[in-house]
Write a protein that binds this ligand. Structure first.
Ligand code: CA
Length: 235
């Protein structure tokens, strides 16, 4: 499953080089040359990860990272900082802005792709190809296969992404707006009841093996996938 990666880099040649390598590695890429543009892009759709250059015209990468961390909606986005020299890297690390990793320019594209993979695995498992297993459900992003209690389950693409996100963030409650951000990548132009429609489809696909009970409605809050099935729903 490709990750949506936002590159914030003002040097066109470096931006181009990174974009080409990430695209080749199977990721979807968004680009910005300054923090203001990046902010606008993030407002429209949450990326799975941000590659953030420190020295930018206008607000610096450090300022932008701080802004991301200060906001509830963007706090969880993994950030990899790009710095020009290792002294800069030391300085930025010393500022403790909560970045997930730091990469010094010049870097080898292969190393950057590997670092991205490691950060995604740790912070955004729904954006990796790792197999996930929860409560008798098994989802394989690489082959797009889902089984419930060993039986194959057929899901539409949106239900698949929704289940993938819920399984990689099991036991946590997600509001409809959060699910739109994380699964649809759009919380502005998609209506919240769209989530309900796809939750319904997902449950009905899991009904045969009774795994629909794992997809729980939390009144007033949203949805969660939990292996602790409440007694009322267990018949
Ligand atoms: Ca720069």
């Amino acid at each position: 499953m490709p990750a949506n990666i936002l590159i914030v880099e003002d040097e066109p040649a470096i931006q181009e080089l990174i974009a080409a390598n990430l695209t080749r590695a199977g990721h979807a890429v968004m680009r910005a040359s300054d923090a203001e543009t990046a902010q606008r892009l993030v407002r429209d759709a949450l990326p799975d990860l941000i590659l953030l250059d420190w020295m930018l015209p206008g607000a610096s990468g450090v300022e932008f990272a701080r802004r991301l961390r200060a906001e509830e909606r963007t706090r969880g986005i993994p950030v990899i900082m790009l710095t020009a020299r290792s002294e800069e890297q030391d300085k930025v690390m010393g500022l403790d802005i909560g970045a997930d990793d730091y990469v010094t320019k010049p870097f080898s594209p292969r190393e950057l792709v590997a670092r991205i993979k490691a950060v995604l695995r740790r912070r955004a498992p729904q954006a990796t190809e790792d197999v996930v297993e929860v409560g008798g459900l098994r989802l394989d992003p690489a082959t797009h296969r889902v089984t419930a209690g060993g039986e194959s389950v057929s899901l539409g693409p949106t239900e698949f992404r929704l289940l993938h996100f819920l399984m990689t963030h099991a036991e946590r409650v997600h509001s409809r707006a959060q699910l739109l951000d994380q699964v649809w990548g759009d919380h502005v132009f998609v209506e919240e009841r769209t989530v309900d429609v796809h939750i319904r489809r997902l449950r009905s696909a899991l009904e045969a093996s009774r795994h629909d009970r794992l997809i729980q409605t939390v009144r007033g809050s949203g949805y969660r996938l939990s292996t602790e099935v409440p007694a009322v729903a267990a018949d």
